[in-house]
Design a protein around this ligand. Structure first.
Ligand SMILES: NC(=O)c1ccc[n+]([C@@H]2O[C@H](COP(=O)([O-])OP(=O)(O)OC[C@H]3O[C@@H](n4cnc5c(N)ncnc54)[C@H](OP(=O)(O)O)[C@@H]3O)[C@@H](O)[C@H]2O)c1
Length: 226
């Protein structure tokens, strides 16, 4: 990719994302990863796939290699038919209050999948690990603090959407980093933007890098420390 910011140069995707991330005091560092159209939609026909290109897939892969654990909303796990990750040992936590998952699905049968549920949520299916925090909904800050129950030494959590999980992460003050790809398409419709549902807020982020190829923009922003 061609890096545009901070200084023009050519770079490998992995090098841009395999960077040190400071672990906040009480929980892992959380990076949200999303792709959006020029008109701000994160879906085309109910999924993200048509927005992407090979470099965006490489960004996604690089972030997964950098991550110690992945979390994803139940809606995305369903819509995108989440399976086990390519990376051996990487675990994927599905955030859900209802726990409506198929324990026979490859994600769980492989042992990679686990659940992130409220304390008073339904019992997890036999053999599936669960991290619990909050009542009614998952208290995401609390759940992130307890990830050690299933993943030792998690320093960087890659949050892969969707918009509702992102909104809840934002509301919990848990978005440290945003990796956003802007796809050069207008898609219309009323698809969700990168966050949905959070109360109005105004969190300032600093642009760490902006790269381009194929008309796409690949940005990495880190929350400005107070
Ligand atoms: N463009 C992109 O980069 C991108 C990335 C990811 C997804 N997507 C697309 O986005 C769509 C899905 O997004 P979405 O916003 O509808 O769904 P989502 O955020 O993936 O999942 C929402 C679900 O997550 C669970 N959840 C989230 N926060 C929770 C909390 N604090 N406590 C308990 N449960 C919580 C709930 O599950 P329960 O209902 O089970 O309680 C909720 O219904 C799909 O079309 C997908 O293809 C696009």
């Amino acid at each position: 990719v061609q890096v545009i910011h901070p200084a023009p140069r050519d770079a490998e995707v992995d090098e841009l994302y395999a960077v040190a991330r400071p672990r906040p005091a009480r929980r892992p560092w959380v990076g949200v990863s999303m792709i959006a159209s020029l008109d701000g939609s994160t879906v085309v026909d109910g999924r993200s796939g048509r927005l992407g290109n090979p470099t965006d897939a490489a960004v996604f892969g690089a972030l997964r290699r950098a991550a110690d654990v992945v979390i994803v909303g139940a809606g995305t796990a369903r819509a995108e038919h989440y399976g086990p990750p390519k990376q051996p040992g990487l675990r994927i936590g599905v955030v859900t209050s209802r726990g409506a998952v198929d324990p026979a699905a490859d994600l769980f049968a492989s042992g990679a999948g686990f659940l992130v549920m409220p304390e008073d949520g339904p019992a997890a299916p036999a053999g599936i690990d669960v991290v619990r925090a909050g009542t009614g909904r998952v208290d995401l800050a609390g759940a992130l603090e307890r990830l050690g129950d299933v993943v030792a030494e998690a320093a960087f959590v890659q949050a892969e959407g969707g918009a509702h999980l992102n909104g809840e992460l934002l509301a919990s003050g848990c978005v440290d980093e945003l990796n956003l790809t802007l796809a050069p398409v207008l898609v219309g419709g009323d698809g969700p933007r990168a966050t949905v549902g959070a109360p109005s807020t105004f969190e300032r982020f600093d642009l760490v890098h902006l790269a381009t190829d194929d008309g796409y923009l690949y940005g990495r922003w880190v929350r400005r420390s107070l």
